[in-house]
Design a protein around this ligand. Structure first.
Ligand SMILES: [Zn+2]
Length: 109
């Protein structure tokens, strides 16, 4: 990858990180504990619990992605970045733009 491409990628990653951080903060707000004496009734309460687990699942997913992005940000300027951990070939820069956290080329992934 050229320096130009690396800079662009770093910018992308930083943007993705700030988007994800905001998303997680939003999700955290919407998973406030559901009180048992809630007046919304049993059915609505079941709905609320279902929603909560859906939100928690997507929050876990976002957090995992966020930590991968943070790791890739520390790797961008290190030698070996963009090289497949499996076959040692260069990973397509386009792939890295879409998924900076990927450490394998398309063939090995
Ligand atoms: Zn590979």
């Amino acid at each position: 990858m050229t320096q130009e491409e690396l800079k662009k990628l770093e910018k992308e990653v930083r943007e993705m990180i700030s988007r994800l951080t905001a998303e997680i903060a939003d999700l955290e707000e919407s998973t406030a504990p559901i009180s048992p004496e809630n007046s919304i009734g049993r059915i609505s309460r079941m709905d609320a619990i279902n929603n909560k687990s859906v939100i928690e699942a997507s929050m876990r997913h976002s957090k995992r992605k966020l930590s991968k992005l943070r790791v890739s940000l520390t790797k961008i300027h290190k030698p070996g970045f963009g090289t497949c951990v499996n076959c040692k070939n260069l990973i397509n820069p386009k792939r890295l733009m879409l998924m900076p956290q990927s450490d394998k080329c398309v063939k090995c992934a």
